[in-house]
Design a protein around this ligand. Structure first.
Ligand SMILES: [Zn+2]
Ligand SMILES: [Zn+2]
Length: 115
């Protein structure tokens, strides 16, 4: 089974054409909306200010592994384990136990999955 423990292994995965394609499939499936914001009823569409398209463009979306790649390599490409979230929610997702003192880790993640 493939392992994604080292930075190199992860980089290889996130750079693969398989992931790039899958990532787009997931975003499309999730209508290019942050699923976490949606759960919290925060997909407030401000039609006055932005068109739907412009609004979506403004938000950087990340395809997130619900169960972490490192711990669950077998779920790396499982669509049920993937969801579209915005960068804000993604940082929270990975940094919810950190209180701002370990930004490095959070940033690293935001980056990894955005590739
Ligand atoms: Zn969000
Ligand atoms: Zn993530």
């Amino acid at each position: 089974m493939a392992e994604y423990k080292t930075k190199e292994q992860k980089a290889k995965f996130y750079n693969s054409s398989q992931w790039k394609k899958l990532r787009e499939d997931i975003k499309k499936r999730d209508s290019y909306e942050c699923q976490e914001c949606k759960r919290q009823g925060r997909v407030a569409i401000d039609k006055n200010e932005y068109s739907e398209k412009a609004k979506r463009k403004k938000i950087a979306l990340v395809v997130h592994h619900i169960k972490e790649l490192e711990q669950y390599p077998e779920l790396a490409t499982d669509k049920d384990n993937l969801e579209t979230v915005c960068v804000n929610c993604h940082n929270k997702e990975h940094g919810r136990y950190l209180h701002g003192f370990n930004n490095k880790k959070v940033n690293k993640w935001a980056h990894d999955e955005r590739w």
